[in-house]
Write a protein that binds this ligand. Sequence first.
Ligand code: 2P0
Length: 352
Amino acid sequence: TPSSQPVFRATTTAPVNIAVIKYWGKRDTTLNLPTNSSLSVTLSQKSLRTLTTASCSPSYPTEDTLNLNGRPQEIQSSKRTLACISSLRTLRKSLEDADSSLPKLSSYPLRIVSENNFPTAAGLASSAAGFAALVRAVADLYQLPQSPRELSRIARQGSGSACRSLMGGYVAWRTGELADGTDSLAEEVAPASHWPEMRAIVLVVSAEKKDVSSTEGMQTTVATSELFAQRVSSVVPERMTAIEEAIRDKDFPKFAEITMRDSNTFHATCLDSWPPIFYMNDVSRAAVRLVHDINNAVGRTVAAYTYDAGPNSVIYYEEKDTELVAGTIKSILGATAGGWDGPFYEPLANVT
Ligand code: 2P0
Protein backbone atom coordinates (compact mmCIF):
# COMPACT_ATOMS: atom_id res chain seq x y z
CA THR A 1 0.00 0.00 0.00
CA PRO A 2 1.19 3.60 -0.56
CA SER A 3 1.32 4.31 3.17
CA SER A 4 3.96 1.67 3.71
CA GLN A 5 6.26 3.39 1.24
CA PRO A 6 9.07 5.46 2.73
CA VAL A 7 9.13 9.27 2.61
CA PHE A 8 12.57 10.92 2.49
CA ARG A 9 12.77 14.45 3.79
CA ALA A 10 15.17 17.38 4.41
CA THR A 11 14.49 20.82 5.86
CA THR A 12 16.71 23.87 5.59
CA THR A 13 16.69 27.64 5.73
CA ALA A 14 18.44 30.18 3.52
CA PRO A 15 19.22 33.82 4.22
CA VAL A 16 18.51 36.98 2.27
CA ASN A 17 21.49 38.78 0.76
CA ILE A 18 21.60 42.47 -0.09
CA ALA A 19 24.02 43.52 -2.82
CA VAL A 20 26.38 46.43 -2.29
CA ILE A 21 27.65 46.08 -5.87
CA LYS A 22 24.54 45.37 -7.88
CA TYR A 23 23.83 42.59 -10.34
CA TRP A 24 21.84 44.19 -13.13
CA GLY A 25 22.01 42.73 -16.63
CA LYS A 26 22.31 39.31 -18.21
CA ARG A 27 24.62 38.28 -21.01
CA ASP A 28 22.76 34.96 -21.29
CA THR A 29 19.12 34.87 -20.25
CA THR A 30 18.74 31.08 -20.28
CA LEU A 31 21.75 30.29 -18.09
CA ASN A 32 21.33 33.48 -16.04
CA LEU A 33 24.84 34.71 -16.75
CA PRO A 34 25.47 38.28 -15.60
CA THR A 35 27.03 41.19 -17.47
CA ASN A 36 29.01 42.11 -14.36
CA SER A 37 30.25 40.71 -11.07
CA SER A 38 28.39 41.66 -7.90
CA LEU A 39 28.98 41.55 -4.15
CA SER A 40 26.55 41.18 -1.28
CA VAL A 41 26.25 40.97 2.47
CA THR A 42 24.26 38.03 3.82
CA LEU A 43 21.69 39.10 6.41
CA SER A 44 20.92 37.29 9.62
CA GLN A 45 18.31 34.57 9.36
CA LYS A 46 16.85 35.68 12.66
CA SER A 47 14.92 38.35 10.78
CA LEU A 48 14.72 37.36 7.13
CA ARG A 49 14.85 33.84 5.78
CA THR A 50 13.17 31.21 3.65
CA LEU A 51 12.33 27.88 5.28
CA THR A 52 12.07 24.98 2.85
CA THR A 53 11.29 21.30 3.19
CA ALA A 54 11.98 18.95 0.30
CA SER A 55 10.65 15.43 0.35
CA CYS A 56 10.28 12.57 -2.09
CA SER A 57 8.58 9.23 -2.05
CA PRO A 58 7.54 6.49 -4.41
CA SER A 59 4.06 6.98 -2.96
CA TYR A 60 3.77 10.60 -4.22
CA PRO A 61 1.69 11.34 -7.35
CA THR A 62 3.80 11.49 -10.49
CA GLU A 63 4.48 15.24 -10.76
CA ASP A 64 6.93 17.31 -8.73
CA THR A 65 5.10 19.99 -6.72
CA LEU A 66 6.06 23.31 -5.16
CA ASN A 67 4.10 25.17 -2.54
CA LEU A 68 5.18 28.73 -1.73
CA ASN A 69 3.73 30.54 1.28
CA GLY A 70 0.79 28.16 1.36
CA ARG A 71 -0.02 28.41 -2.36
CA PRO A 72 0.63 25.71 -4.97
CA GLN A 73 2.88 27.02 -7.77
CA GLU A 74 2.80 26.20 -11.47
CA ILE A 75 6.12 24.42 -11.35
CA GLN A 76 5.86 23.07 -14.91
CA SER A 77 5.74 26.60 -16.35
CA SER A 78 8.73 27.78 -14.35
CA LYS A 79 11.74 26.95 -16.50
CA ARG A 80 14.06 28.18 -13.77
CA THR A 81 12.66 25.90 -11.09
CA LEU A 82 12.70 22.99 -13.51
CA ALA A 83 16.34 23.75 -14.40
CA CYS A 84 17.39 23.67 -10.73
CA ILE A 85 15.50 20.46 -10.00
CA SER A 86 16.79 18.75 -13.12
CA SER A 87 20.43 19.63 -12.33
CA LEU A 88 20.07 18.31 -8.78
CA ARG A 89 18.36 15.12 -9.95
CA THR A 90 21.16 14.48 -12.44
CA LEU A 91 23.72 14.75 -9.62
CA ARG A 92 21.69 12.33 -7.48
CA LYS A 93 21.32 9.93 -10.40
CA SER A 94 25.09 9.76 -10.83
CA LEU A 95 25.48 8.86 -7.13
CA GLU A 96 22.89 6.10 -7.53
CA ASP A 97 24.58 4.82 -10.69
CA ALA A 98 27.88 4.59 -8.78
CA ASP A 99 26.38 2.86 -5.73
CA SER A 100 23.48 0.48 -6.30
CA SER A 101 22.73 0.23 -2.57
CA LEU A 102 21.42 3.82 -2.51
CA PRO A 103 17.64 4.35 -2.64
CA LYS A 104 16.57 5.58 -6.08
CA LEU A 105 15.45 9.00 -4.90
CA SER A 106 16.08 10.51 -8.32
CA SER A 107 13.17 8.50 -9.71
CA TYR A 108 10.64 9.64 -7.07
CA PRO A 109 8.40 12.72 -7.40
CA LEU A 110 9.53 15.67 -5.30
CA ARG A 111 7.41 17.77 -2.97
CA ILE A 112 8.85 21.17 -2.03
CA VAL A 113 7.21 23.40 0.55
CA SER A 114 8.66 26.84 1.12
CA GLU A 115 7.80 29.76 3.35
CA ASN A 116 9.24 33.29 3.70
CA ASN A 117 8.95 35.22 6.95
CA PHE A 118 8.84 38.51 4.97
CA PRO A 119 6.89 39.91 1.97
CA THR A 120 7.56 38.13 -1.32
CA ALA A 121 8.66 40.21 -4.34
CA ALA A 122 8.81 43.50 -2.46
CA GLY A 123 12.44 44.20 -3.28
CA LEU A 124 13.62 42.17 -0.32
CA ALA A 125 15.45 39.62 -2.44
CA SER A 126 12.89 36.89 -1.80
CA SER A 127 13.87 35.01 -4.95
CA ALA A 128 17.46 34.86 -3.71
CA ALA A 129 16.60 33.20 -0.41
CA GLY A 130 13.88 31.14 -2.11
CA PHE A 131 16.02 29.48 -4.76
CA ALA A 132 18.99 29.11 -2.40
CA ALA A 133 16.76 27.28 0.09
CA LEU A 134 15.23 25.12 -2.64
CA VAL A 135 18.64 24.06 -3.94
CA ARG A 136 20.06 23.47 -0.44
CA ALA A 137 16.99 21.46 0.66
CA VAL A 138 16.97 19.18 -2.39
CA ALA A 139 20.78 18.82 -2.23
CA ASP A 140 20.45 17.76 1.43
CA LEU A 141 17.58 15.40 0.60
CA TYR A 142 19.73 13.82 -2.12
CA GLN A 143 22.80 13.84 0.17
CA LEU A 144 24.87 15.48 -2.55
CA PRO A 145 28.56 16.00 -1.79
CA GLN A 146 28.79 19.28 -3.74
CA SER A 147 30.16 22.37 -1.96
CA PRO A 148 28.12 25.58 -1.57
CA ARG A 149 30.28 27.04 -4.34
CA GLU A 150 29.29 24.23 -6.71
CA LEU A 151 25.64 24.45 -5.67
CA SER A 152 25.73 28.19 -6.37
CA ARG A 153 26.02 27.32 -10.06
CA ILE A 154 22.66 25.56 -9.82
CA ALA A 155 20.97 28.23 -7.68
CA ARG A 156 22.11 30.86 -10.21
CA GLN A 157 19.86 29.26 -12.81
CA GLY A 158 16.88 29.80 -10.52
CA SER A 159 17.61 33.46 -9.85
CA GLY A 160 20.92 35.18 -10.37
CA SER A 161 21.13 36.67 -6.90
CA ALA A 162 20.29 33.29 -5.32
CA CYS A 163 23.83 32.05 -5.92
CA ARG A 164 25.02 34.55 -3.30
CA SER A 165 22.61 33.22 -0.62
CA LEU A 166 24.34 29.84 -0.26
CA MET A 167 27.11 31.42 1.80
CA GLY A 168 27.30 33.70 4.80
CA GLY A 169 29.25 36.90 5.26
CA TYR A 170 30.55 38.87 2.28
CA VAL A 171 29.95 37.08 -0.99
CA ALA A 172 31.06 37.85 -4.54
CA TRP A 173 29.39 36.47 -7.63
CA ARG A 174 32.09 36.38 -10.30
CA THR A 175 30.73 37.01 -13.76
CA GLY A 176 32.93 34.29 -15.29
CA GLU A 177 34.14 34.11 -18.87
CA LEU A 178 32.91 30.80 -20.22
CA ALA A 179 29.87 30.63 -22.49
CA ASP A 180 28.46 27.61 -20.63
CA GLY A 181 28.52 29.50 -17.29
CA THR A 182 30.49 26.86 -15.39
CA ASP A 183 32.78 29.58 -13.98
CA SER A 184 29.96 31.98 -13.04
CA LEU A 185 29.91 31.18 -9.32
CA ALA A 186 29.60 32.72 -5.89
CA GLU A 187 32.52 32.76 -3.48
CA GLU A 188 32.97 33.97 0.05
CA VAL A 189 35.15 37.09 0.17
CA ALA A 190 35.14 37.17 3.98
CA PRO A 191 33.15 35.30 6.63
CA ALA A 192 30.66 37.16 8.82
CA SER A 193 33.08 36.80 11.75
CA HIS A 194 35.66 38.95 9.93
CA TRP A 195 33.58 42.11 10.48
CA PRO A 196 31.16 41.25 13.29
CA GLU A 197 30.37 44.92 14.00
CA MET A 198 28.46 45.26 10.71
CA ARG A 199 24.72 45.82 11.07
CA ALA A 200 21.84 46.46 8.71
CA ILE A 201 18.40 47.87 9.16
CA VAL A 202 15.69 47.31 6.56
CA LEU A 203 13.12 50.07 6.15
CA VAL A 204 10.02 48.59 4.63
CA VAL A 205 8.71 51.50 2.58
CA SER A 206 6.22 49.29 0.80
CA ALA A 207 5.48 45.58 0.92
CA GLU A 208 3.53 45.73 -2.36
CA LYS A 209 4.64 43.62 -5.30
CA LYS A 210 6.89 45.66 -7.58
CA ASP A 211 5.71 46.91 -11.01
CA VAL A 212 8.61 45.84 -13.19
CA SER A 213 10.23 42.51 -12.34
CA SER A 214 14.03 42.45 -12.08
CA THR A 215 14.29 40.03 -14.97
CA GLU A 216 12.27 42.29 -17.27
CA GLY A 217 13.77 45.52 -15.96
CA MET A 218 17.36 44.46 -16.46
CA GLN A 219 16.64 43.31 -20.02
CA THR A 220 15.24 46.76 -20.82
CA THR A 221 18.31 48.41 -19.30
CA VAL A 222 20.76 46.21 -21.22
CA ALA A 223 18.93 46.90 -24.48
CA THR A 224 18.36 50.64 -24.13
CA SER A 225 20.52 52.44 -21.55
CA GLU A 226 23.51 54.37 -22.81
CA LEU A 227 25.00 54.64 -19.32
CA PHE A 228 24.91 50.88 -18.87
CA ALA A 229 27.91 50.02 -21.09
CA GLN A 230 30.20 52.20 -18.99
CA ARG A 231 28.86 50.70 -15.78
CA VAL A 232 29.75 47.22 -17.00
CA SER A 233 33.11 47.96 -18.63
CA SER A 234 34.77 50.15 -16.00
CA VAL A 235 32.60 51.33 -13.10
CA VAL A 236 31.77 47.94 -11.60
CA PRO A 237 35.19 46.28 -12.08
CA GLU A 238 36.90 49.19 -10.26
CA ARG A 239 34.31 49.15 -7.48
CA MET A 240 34.59 45.39 -6.99
CA THR A 241 38.32 45.74 -6.34
CA ALA A 242 37.84 48.75 -4.08
CA ILE A 243 35.04 47.27 -1.97
CA GLU A 244 36.93 44.03 -1.47
CA GLU A 245 39.80 46.14 -0.09
CA ALA A 246 37.36 48.05 2.13
CA ILE A 247 35.99 44.77 3.49
CA ARG A 248 39.50 43.36 4.01
CA ASP A 249 40.51 46.53 5.92
CA LYS A 250 37.13 46.92 7.67
CA ASP A 251 37.13 50.47 6.34
CA PHE A 252 33.50 51.48 6.87
CA PRO A 253 33.63 54.96 5.25
CA LYS A 254 35.10 53.45 2.08
CA PHE A 255 32.66 50.51 2.11
CA ALA A 256 29.81 52.97 2.65
CA GLU A 257 30.68 55.38 -0.13
CA ILE A 258 31.08 52.61 -2.71
CA THR A 259 27.81 51.03 -1.57
CA MET A 260 25.83 54.27 -1.86
CA ARG A 261 27.42 55.21 -5.17
CA ASP A 262 26.73 51.80 -6.67
CA SER A 263 23.09 51.91 -5.61
CA ASN A 264 22.83 55.36 -7.19
CA THR A 265 24.53 54.23 -10.41
CA PHE A 266 22.24 51.22 -10.68
CA HIS A 267 19.13 53.40 -10.26
CA ALA A 268 20.58 55.92 -12.73
CA THR A 269 20.81 53.18 -15.38
CA CYS A 270 17.19 52.32 -14.61
CA LEU A 271 16.18 55.95 -15.15
CA ASP A 272 18.33 55.98 -18.30
CA SER A 273 16.45 52.93 -19.68
CA TRP A 274 13.81 53.48 -22.33
CA PRO A 275 11.06 53.62 -21.22
CA PRO A 276 12.54 54.64 -17.84
CA ILE A 277 12.20 52.36 -14.83
CA PHE A 278 11.54 53.75 -11.34
CA TYR A 279 12.06 51.66 -8.24
CA MET A 280 12.70 54.32 -5.59
CA ASN A 281 9.91 56.63 -4.43
CA ASP A 282 9.62 59.84 -2.38
CA VAL A 283 10.02 57.97 0.90
CA SER A 284 13.12 56.19 -0.43
CA ARG A 285 14.59 59.54 -1.42
CA ALA A 286 13.80 61.01 2.01
CA ALA A 287 15.83 58.18 3.56
CA VAL A 288 18.75 58.92 1.19
CA ARG A 289 18.76 62.56 2.26
CA LEU A 290 18.55 61.61 5.90
CA VAL A 291 21.56 59.28 5.65
CA HIS A 292 23.62 62.05 4.03
CA ASP A 293 22.41 64.50 6.71
CA ILE A 294 23.39 62.10 9.50
CA ASN A 295 26.85 61.55 7.98
CA ASN A 296 27.38 65.31 7.58
CA ALA A 297 26.17 66.10 11.08
CA VAL A 298 28.39 63.45 12.68
CA GLY A 299 31.37 64.50 10.57
CA ARG A 300 32.21 60.95 9.46
CA THR A 301 30.46 58.33 7.38
CA VAL A 302 28.46 56.21 9.79
CA ALA A 303 25.66 54.98 7.52
CA ALA A 304 25.22 53.68 3.96
CA TYR A 305 21.95 53.17 2.09
CA THR A 306 21.29 50.80 -0.76
CA TYR A 307 18.16 50.06 -2.82
CA ASP A 308 17.28 47.05 -4.94
CA ALA A 309 14.49 46.73 -7.49
CA GLY A 310 11.97 48.29 -5.11
CA PRO A 311 11.54 51.26 -2.75
CA ASN A 312 12.73 49.64 0.49
CA SER A 313 15.97 50.91 2.04
CA VAL A 314 18.66 48.78 3.52
CA ILE A 315 21.01 50.83 5.67
CA TYR A 316 24.36 49.47 6.78
CA TYR A 317 26.18 50.79 9.85
CA GLU A 318 28.53 49.58 12.57
CA GLU A 319 27.31 48.39 15.94
CA LYS A 320 28.95 51.29 17.81
CA ASP A 321 26.82 53.75 15.80
CA THR A 322 23.48 52.01 16.40
CA GLU A 323 21.93 54.92 18.29
CA LEU A 324 23.21 57.51 15.85
CA VAL A 325 21.96 55.64 12.81
CA ALA A 326 19.09 53.30 13.64
CA GLY A 327 17.91 55.52 16.50
CA THR A 328 17.84 58.70 14.39
CA ILE A 329 16.25 57.03 11.39
CA LYS A 330 13.51 55.45 13.46
CA SER A 331 12.71 58.62 15.36
CA ILE A 332 12.71 60.90 12.31
CA LEU A 333 11.23 58.74 9.56
CA GLY A 334 9.11 56.65 11.87
CA ALA A 335 7.52 59.78 13.31
CA THR A 336 7.12 61.93 10.23
CA ALA A 337 7.15 60.05 6.97
CA GLY A 338 3.87 58.26 7.38
CA GLY A 339 4.87 56.17 4.40
CA TRP A 340 6.03 53.13 6.26
CA ASP A 341 3.89 50.14 5.59
CA GLY A 342 5.40 47.61 7.75
CA PRO A 343 7.59 46.87 10.68
CA PHE A 344 11.24 47.72 10.73
CA TYR A 345 13.23 44.57 10.32
CA GLU A 346 16.46 44.78 12.20
CA PRO A 347 18.60 41.96 11.02
CA LEU A 348 22.21 41.80 12.02
CA ALA A 349 24.01 42.13 8.73
CA ASN A 350 25.84 38.89 9.11
CA VAL A 351 24.90 35.29 9.44
CA THR A 352 25.96 33.81 12.72
C1 2P0 B 1 21.22 42.28 -6.81
N1 2P0 B 1 19.01 42.62 -7.90
O1 2P0 B 1 22.42 42.24 -7.07
C2 2P0 B 1 20.36 43.07 -7.78
C3 2P0 B 1 20.26 44.50 -7.42
C4 2P0 B 1 18.07 43.69 -7.85
C5 2P0 B 1 18.89 44.92 -7.84
O2 2P0 B 1 19.59 40.51 -8.18
O3 2P0 B 1 16.36 37.57 -13.28
O4 2P0 B 1 15.86 38.38 -8.91
O5 2P0 B 1 16.05 36.15 -11.26
O6 2P0 B 1 18.34 36.59 -12.17
O7 2P0 B 1 18.32 37.81 -9.06
C6 2P0 B 1 17.37 40.95 -8.56
O8 2P0 B 1 17.49 40.11 -9.64
O9 2P0 B 1 17.01 38.40 -11.12
C7 2P0 B 1 18.72 41.35 -8.21
P1 2P0 B 1 16.94 37.11 -12.00
P2 2P0 B 1 17.15 38.56 -9.58
O10 2P0 B 1 20.74 41.76 -5.79
